[in-house]
Design a protein. Sequence first.
Length: 205
Amino acid sequence: MFARRSSSACRAPARNSCNDSADGTKFSEQTGKISYVDGDKPYAVGRNIRKSGDLLIGKKAVQERQQNVQDRRSSEVFSEALTGRERKGRASQHGTNLQLPSFCRRLYVHNLGQGHMIEVPASFVRTHEMQFQDAVELQGIHQESPVRTVTCHWVRSGDQQLRLYFKGGWRNFAKENGLIKGQELQFSLTSKSFFVVRVVCGTSN
């Protein structure tokens, strides 16, 4: 009697179902799937891709995908930086800045008190297209001063030109900020309809 041969002895060697290439790209013949190993992290490229010349194509696709992710992250960081700067824009401009559009006015008795107002230079109105302005916001003479709304008053002069005055709310603004005759004020336009007011000559209380 011959000894019965084990079935395991007749088995052919298991076929390697995953072939590695020198560049770190792996091809699985069972799944037809190509993956690219970067360090310890595998990246799947796709299924049913022929092994021949498509290994490099698959690797290139992974690299392009990674580059797109990096570009998107860089773009998000840059956008966030811009957003942060925009948030701080108004606050950083709430100081005297000669680079901002501005005009100066010296205060006289007729600028203070009941029913009085202060004129905006006609050249400033034309340059910054304030012809249709109904109201503006004024931030007081100190960093912590509140913002007040002042209405615009239009008067047609003898030469038929429209002249702009800050009127409604100006008296209360002047009183709240302790404005007095002889002071010279600088009105800096930091955004549309928003002025920062600072005393550039005279006493600021």
